[in-house]
Design a protein around this ligand. Structure first.
Ligand SMILES: Cc1cc2nc3c(=O)[nH]c(=O)nc-3n(C[C@H](O)[C@H](O)[C@H](O)COP(=O)(O)OP(=O)(O)OC[C@H]3O[C@@H](n4cnc5c(N)ncnc54)[C@H](O)[C@@H]3O)c2cc1C
Length: 397
């Protein structure tokens, strides 16, 4: 009797999940050992989040940063299932999906990412926009168009959160809105970009200052209304008029992950072994935003970490099936890049420090290389090369 094919379910097709699936597909499985690899995501497309800001300034198009899974997986043996995961039975390895029959697997990869925490502050849920998905970007673009088409002289934008997203959004929005933009960043800490290398922090501050982005440091949000924002700084409380509020403060695991009966940190991250297996559950692998390992608790929640973990996760799944030793994950910090407005960036890492258009081009090339498949890299790269020519030709017509 032929041996039953192993079924590997990968939940979440982001940086952790999709790259694990693609790497697994490249492994040498021998004559009859290739498992069924099933990638499950609620959306129909992968999103390369570090390039999401470029939609605001029209520097990139959706198809470039968010290719559909069907397209990415067309020439692979990976099956894609578009469905929302509702519940995970971590004992039986059964995944319950919305409007689809449950699926049973031999091994599971949990890579469901995080979500922006919405605190219990009056008005945040109703009036502030998050910025972490394509849908969020489209909502922001729709609101911007509405404001731009209005009669108002200035467009007042408040961005809550002085981390990477807050700073990158502020620069892109400033470049898009030009003279009409009045942009402020609200940060409860005493500084912005506290985790960044000094060079990037300094360059980012200069970029914000050049664009006259106002910084409200040591400041918290008391409440948000349709057209105003109430802020507290020390003992002073002020209401300021505002047309748009963006909420980009941190990330947290979803309720689904928090409800799982597996060891978790206080922040709701699943605890894993260095081999990326969930503690006490060797058939469950977890990576990306929702996972943390006691041996390396301070890893940043970045795409860079998730992609490196994907290599190890794929290897360790292969090793589990093929009865080989598993490898402990080792993070290699490769540096940090931030976009700072149209065609501008800052970059620090591997002994290199760059700013301006050179940093912008380097960042683009690094991300081009990081896009999920060679076909997609070629399509996007070709478009980047030919777009300037196409723009010149259309200007002549
Ligand atoms: C705007 C923005 C810019 C960023 N820029 C950078 C950067 O420049 N550099 C960097 O290193 N990092 C950056 N990050 C962080 C980086 O994107 C994340 O760390 C990374 O995406 C985490 O990977 P992940 O696999 O854990 O989650 P994700 O990539 O978020 O993937 C999770 C996937 O799970 C799916 N999912 C969630 N719940 C369900 C469900 N119930 N059912 C089915 N599917 C589900 C989602 O649709 C998603 O596709 C940025 C993040 C944002 C939001």
């Amino acid at each position: 009797m032929a041996a039953r094919t192993t079924r590997i379910g990968i939940l979440g097709g982001g940086f952790g999940g999709l790259y694990t699936a693609l790497r697994l597909n490249q492994m040498d499985w021998g004559m009859d050992g290739r498992p069924e690899i099933i990638l499950i995501d609620q959306r129909d497309r992968f999103v390369f989040l570090p390039l999401l800001y470029e939609l605001i300034t029209d520097e990139l198009q959706t198809w470039e940063i968010a290719p559909p899974y069907e397209e990415l997986l067309a020439n692979t043996g990976i099956q894609f299932c578009q469905a929302t995961v509702m519940q995970i039975d971590v004992v039986e390895n059964v995944v319950h999906l919305a409007e689809q029959p449950p699926q049973k697997f031999d091994s599971l990869v949990l890579a469901l990412g995080g979500q922006t925490p919405i605190p219990d502050i009056p008005g945040v849920k109703e009036h502030a926009l998050p910025f972490a998905t394509i849908r969020d970007a489209y909502r922001l673009l729709a609101r911007l168009r509405q404001l731009e088409q209005s009669e108002r002289e200035s467009i007042r934008v408040a961005i809550v959160g002085g981390g990477y997203s807050g700073v990158e959004l502020a620069c892109k929005l400033s470049d898009r809105l030009g003279e009409r933009g009045r942009i402020r960043i609200i940060e409860r800490d005493s500084d912005i970009l506290k985790q960044s290398p000094e060079f990037n922090q300094k360059t980012a501050k200069a970029a914000l200052s050049d664009r006259q982005v106002w910084l409200d440091l040591d400041t918290t949000v008391e409440s948000i209304a349709a057209d105003s924002l109430t802020l507290r700084h020390a003992d002073q409380v002020d209401a300021i008029p505002v047309d748009l509020v963006l909420w980009v403060v941190g990330t947290q695991s979803s309720e689904l992950i928090r409800a799982l009966p597996v060891p978790q940190t206080e922040q709701g991250c699943m605890q894993t072994t260095p081999q990326l297996q969930v503690v006490d559950h060797p058939h469950l692998f977890a990576l990306g935003t929702t996972a943390t390992c006691a041996e390396q608790p301070d890893l940043p929640k970045t795409a860079q970490v998730a992609m490196q973990q994907a290599d190890y996760c794929a290897w360790n799944l292969w090793a589990t099936v093929c009865d080989r030793p598993l490898l402990p994950f080792k993070y290699q910090p490769l540096g940090e890049m931030l976009s700072l407005g149209t065609d501008q960036a800052t970059l620090s890492g591997l002994g290199l420090e760059l700013t301006g258009p050179l940093a912008h081009i380097t960042r683009r090339l690094v991300y081009l290389y990081r896009l999920p498949t060679l076909e997609h890299q070629l399509a996007v790269g070709f478009n980047w090369l030919t777009r300037p020519v196409a723009n010149v030709l259309s200007a002549w017509r």
